[in-house]
Design a protein around this ligand. Structure first.
Ligand code: DGL
Length: 274
């Protein structure tokens, strides 16, 4: 079990920002990543469709013999994690709970902003999770659908991005939050722009980094970590090879991506639940 890989999936390749955090924290673990690039984005789709996709993505990873599954996608973590927990016996870690816990712990003035896809924000899950941990915290959320294409276009440092960020952040900034949750896989790449707009006093919470810490805790507590000293390998599966995939994948991961395989989920017998 210990030497089996950690499975990670996302609606596309944005989840490589979460893999980046995992590789940093758990350098000896092998990772199998599945990015559903043929069906991305999930963030604007209905909950029913997202749930079906999430089950298929998890079945695919289980078929790869993973010891646990990290749901790197905030949208899936927001609307489908409960269903996956019901259906699968595998240990599962999403990004919402760890991100919410970190925000609740770090806010001093008890005012937290949350940004994410329309589906993540409309689910209200960050607010519920944060307020369950500390009911005195006020949460202000905003869907920022343009941020994903901006990152995919490599426009993080452009003036136009600052304009968009100012527009989106206006209401949250006016509320005087001291903490902002980056509730989407792509947003860590916008950290500079967001700090410029929100001011240095506002701390950014990377939900992917918080999830990586939760994975580390789970592996340690259950003695599931890979004790071998060699560097872990990353295997990437994608359901389509989109436009400038390689370039984007390497920007999101922060290093070279070598082992990439395209898979057709429809052509694979994914098997049923356990
Ligand atoms: N990975 C998604 C998330 O973190 C963003 C992209 C999408 O909408 O599918 O919510």
């Amino acid at each position: 079990m210990n030497q089996q890989p950690i499975g990670v999936f996302d609606s596309g390749i944005g989840g490589l920002t979460v893999v980046r955090e995992l590789m940093h924290l758990l350098p000896h673990e092998d990772i199998v990543y599945f990015g559903d690039t043929a069906r991305v984005p999930y963030g604007t789709k209905s909950e029913k469709v997202i749930r079906n996709f999430a089950v298929e993505d998890t079945l695919f990873l289980r078929k790869q013999g993973v010891k646990m599954v990290v749901v790197a996608c905030n949208t899936v973590s927001a609307v489908a994690l409960g269903l996956l927990e019901e259906k699968f016996a595998l240990p599962l870690v999403g990004v919402v709970k760890p991100g919410a816990a970190e925000a609740a712990r770090r806010t001093r003035n008890k005012k937290v902003g949350v940004i994410g896809t329309p589906r993540t924000v409309s689910s209200g899950i960050y607010e519920r999770e944060i307020r369950t941990l500390d009911h005195t915290v006020q949460v202000f959320s905003k869907a920022c659908p343009l941020f994903v294409p901006i990152v995919e276009e490599g426009w993080e440092e452009k003036e136009a991005t600052l304009l968009v960020a100012r527009e989106y952040m206006e209401v949250i900034k006016a509320m005087g939050v001291d903490t902002l949750v980056l509730g989407c896989t792509h947003y860590p790449l916008l950290s500079n722009a967001l700090t410029q707009v929100m001011g240095r006093g506002v701390q950014l919470v990377n939900s992917g980094a918080a999830a990586a810490t939760a994975v580390q805790t789970l592996l340690t507590e259950n003695a599931m970590g890979n004790s071998q000293a060699c560097a872990g390998a990353l295997k990437v599966f994608i359901s389509d090879v989109p436009y400038h995939f390689q370039l984007l994948a390497e920007r999101l991961l922060g290093r070279e991506v070598k082992d990439i395989t395209r898979v057709d989920l429809e052509a694979i017998d994914l098997g049923g639940y356990e």
